[in-house]
Design a protein around this ligand. Structure first.
Ligand SMILES: *[C@@H]1O[C@H](CO)[C@@H](O)[C@H](O)[C@H]1NC(C)=O
Ligand SMILES: *[C@@H]1O[C@H](CO)[C@@H](O)[C@H](O)[C@H]1NC(C)=O
Ligand SMILES: *[C@@H]1O[C@H](CO)[C@@H](O)[C@H](O)[C@H]1NC(C)=O
Ligand SMILES: *[C@@H]1O[C@H](CO)[C@@H](O)[C@H](O)[C@H]1NC(C)=O
Ligand SMILES: *[C@@H]1O[C@H](CO)[C@@H](O)[C@H](O)[C@H]1NC(C)=O
Ligand SMILES: *[C@@H]1O[C@H](CO)[C@@H](O)[C@H](O)[C@H]1NC(C)=O
Ligand SMILES: *[C@@H]1O[C@H](CO)[C@@H](O)[C@H](O)[C@H]1NC(C)=O
Ligand SMILES: [Cu+2]
Length: 566
């Protein structure tokens, strides 16, 4: 063989191989700005990224690196969180305000750099300061790395569906008013699908989202609950949905008509366009488990539109979309049926040598105060929330991660209680004397490699309620859940240690409990919190401090030079 040809062949082969397997680095500019948008018959300014609402969709592959320069041209402090990205070795890029960084102040910028490590599926990004994520969010789609594919037949179409929540008034004034008054924040005026409320709201018809399909198409819908303060049911008229993944982790496929997603959660479903060629509504509305709590009872819709739907004139019946049935707002039975079907695709390695056996009592509370304009909660109180009776307070002068890394004293303590300070009938009639939590900035230290189990036990304080609890920096197995008080002697035996679902956000059932397990293998400071932003504001959060490990890449590295300072 001719030598030149041989070299060309080898080089060519190497090129093909490297282009097949080489991950890439993607650079993006996010300009945070004020943008006028018109919804529900009125125009208002909202905070957006690059003037887009929802924000830009990021599409990457597993093993790619993202470099996102965020320039803040708005008048509020902001941070961006990459929801569900593990941030292995890059805790400074996680984003929660005052947890892993100080905010990016108006006029300033910060570059988030991180690599996707063994993750694929549907995630999203959102602001993680004040309540700016009401409008600052977008999809983050991770395709399998080159050369690998989905564990199901390739769909013809992929549609990201971001469910959102819309207020006619400025979200920061809603937050400020609630913070001042101590009462519940004003309810939203609409829910949205990809930023649009849909046909059932005033002045919304012409902008309703339409997704066109052809008969026989297999469609992958990547459903994301990006609502600020509301769990949502999701359904599509006349169509079955096959669930294939949740929170960017594959599941054993199962078929359902209705999904329920807490804020923060994602669910991938496959739909086959196997119905009469016409228009069908895609719809979402509230799942509200708290008793006597006001909530937005509207329904958002988009349209699944079969191309070649028979024309029968402008107002033809085939263009009038069919509305699906949605469960009642308080249909917990449907939620339980749905969540109990979520399982890992096959046997998984669940931590079984538990070295940290934690029990967190979670829920709302009330703080007594002198009657007045700042005590507008029930009976002259202010709303609060807590985990193990600690209502979480963020530091003001630096972030928790910075205080940890630079050993700055008096920012936090590490005495977050592993078990509740008091044992009581959590979901029973809780004496009023137990309703008031204490404030604190307490972390819980985890040795690198700890095998952690946490019982998340809801309470009936103020009201029982479903809480979507999200953990940063880790994914966990949900080994069990139930109603009432967790009973170790009977409930432990029923844990699913074979194929439990793995997620980053668990819905702790209303008046019940969930048990999660994970390995603390990512050094840093990681927030765990209720993903209803109103609850987080009231103190429903805590942070883990995962200590450095022995390995070379197992310790927190120096912060990036452009890390914002307070
Ligand atoms: C909240 O709603 C109340 C009652 O409808 C209204 O008076 C108030 O102005 C609203 N607050 C904000 C900040 O929108
Ligand atoms: C749900 O709400 C309906 C109507 O408000 C009520 O009659 C029913 O008792 C509620 N169900 C549950 C399980 O709370
Ligand atoms: C379980 O964890 C303990 C404490 O870290 C360790 O000493 C023990 O060897 C572990 N057991 C197994 C079976 O891994
Ligand atoms: C407010 O006070 C009334 C009268 O004492 C009582 O019936 C009600 O349960 C209280 N509500 C709360 C949320 O504490
Ligand atoms: C806890 O409260 C519930 C509801 O009031 C009651 O049914 C149950 O018996 C109580 N459990 C204990 C152990 O007291
Ligand atoms: C929380 O702590 C406060 C202050 O010590 C106490 O009054 C209250 O009873 C505690 N509540 C619970 C549920 O532990
Ligand atoms: C923005 O962040 C800076 C730095 O922490 C802080 O001093 C300032 O008060 C913040 N501004 C607002 C409006 O929260
Ligand atoms: Cu909550």
């Amino acid at each position: 063989m001719d030598a030149t040809f041989f070299i060309a062949l080898v080089v060519g082969l190497l090129f093909v191989l490297s282009s097949r397997t080489k991950a890439e680095t993607q650079y993006h500019d996010f300009v945070v700005q004020e943008t006028p948008v018109k919804r529900l018959c009125r125009t208002k300014n909202i905070i957006t990224v690059n003037g887009q609402f929802p924000g830009p969709t990021l599409e990457v592959r597993d093993e790619d690196t993202l470099v996102v320069n965020v320039l803040n041209n708005a008048r509020y402090n902001i941070t961006i969180h990459w929801h569900g990205i593990l941030q292995i070795g890059t805790p400074w890029a996680d984003g929660p305000d005052r947890v892993t960084q100080c905010p990016i102040q108006p006029g300033a910028s910060y570059t988030y750099r991180f690599t996707i490590i063994k993750q694929e599926g549907t995630l999203w990004w959102h602001a993680h300061s004040q309540w700016l994520r009401a409008t600052v969010y977008g999809a983050l789609i991770i395709y399998p790395k080159l050369g690998s594919s989905y564990p199901y037949p390739l769909p013809k179409l992929e549609i990201p569906i971001l469910l959102g929540q819309w207020w006619n008034l400025d979200i920061i004034s809603i937050l400020n008013q609630a913070t001042f008054s101590g009462g519940a924040p004003n309810i939203s005026n609409a829910y949205t699908i990809n930023g649009q409320p849909g046909d059932l709201y005033r002045c919304s018809n012409k902008d309703t989202m339409k997704f066109y399909v052809e008969s026989g198409d297999r469609v992958l819908m990547r459903v994301i609950n990006s609502a600020l303060n509301q769990q949502l049911f999701f359904t599509i008229a006349n169509h079955q949905l096959t669930v294939v993944a949740a929170d960017a982790l594959y599941t054993k496929p199962f078929t359902t008509t209705t999904l329920m997603l807490g804020p923060g959660q994602t669910t991938d479903v496959i739909l086959v366009a196997d119905q009469d060629p016409r228009y069908y509504y895609i719809a979402a509305r509230a799942y509200e488990s708290a008793q006597n709590a006001p909530f937005d009872q509207t329904t958002t819709t988009a349209i699944l539109a079969y191309k070649y739907a028979p024309c029968s004139g402008q107002m033809g019946t085939s263009f009038k979309p069919i509305l699906p049935n949605l469960p009642s707002y308080n249909d917990t039975a449907t939620v339980t049926t749905f969540t109990s079907q979520l399982k890992s695709p096959s046997k998984v390695k669940v931590p079984t040598n538990i070295t940290e056996d934690l029990f967190f009592v979670i829920g709302l509370g009330l703080v007594n105060c002198n009657p007045g304009p700042t005590c507008q909660g029930p009976n002259n109180t202010r709303f609060a929330a807590s985990m193990n009776n600690i209502s979480f307070v963020l530091p003001q002068t630096t972030s928790l991660l910075q205080a940890h890394y630079q050993k700055i004293p008096n920012v936090f303590t590490t005495d977050f209680p592993p078990v509740p300070p008091l044992r009581f009938n959590y979901t029973g009639n809780v004496p009023r004397a137990l309703w008031q939590p204490v404030s604190g900035t307490k972390l819980y230290k985890l040795k690198f490699g700890s095998q952690v189990q946490i019982v998340l036990q809801g309470t009936a304080i103020v009201s029982t309620e479903d809480h979507p609890v999200h953990l940063h920096g880790h994914e966990f197995y949900i080994v069990g859940q139930g109603f009432g008080n967790f009973n170790p002697s009977t409930d432990t035996a029923k844990f699913n240690l074979y194929d439990p679902p793995r997620r980053n956000t668990v819905n702790v059932p209303v008046g019940g409990w969930s048990v999660i397990r994970f390995i603390a293998d990512n050094p840093g400071v990681w927030l765990m919190h209720c993903h209803l932003d109103s609850h987080l504001t009231w103190g429903f959060g805590m942070s883990f401090l995962v200590e450095n490990g022995p390995g070379k890449l197992q310790s927190v590295q120096a912060p990036p030079l452009d890390l914002p300072q307070c």
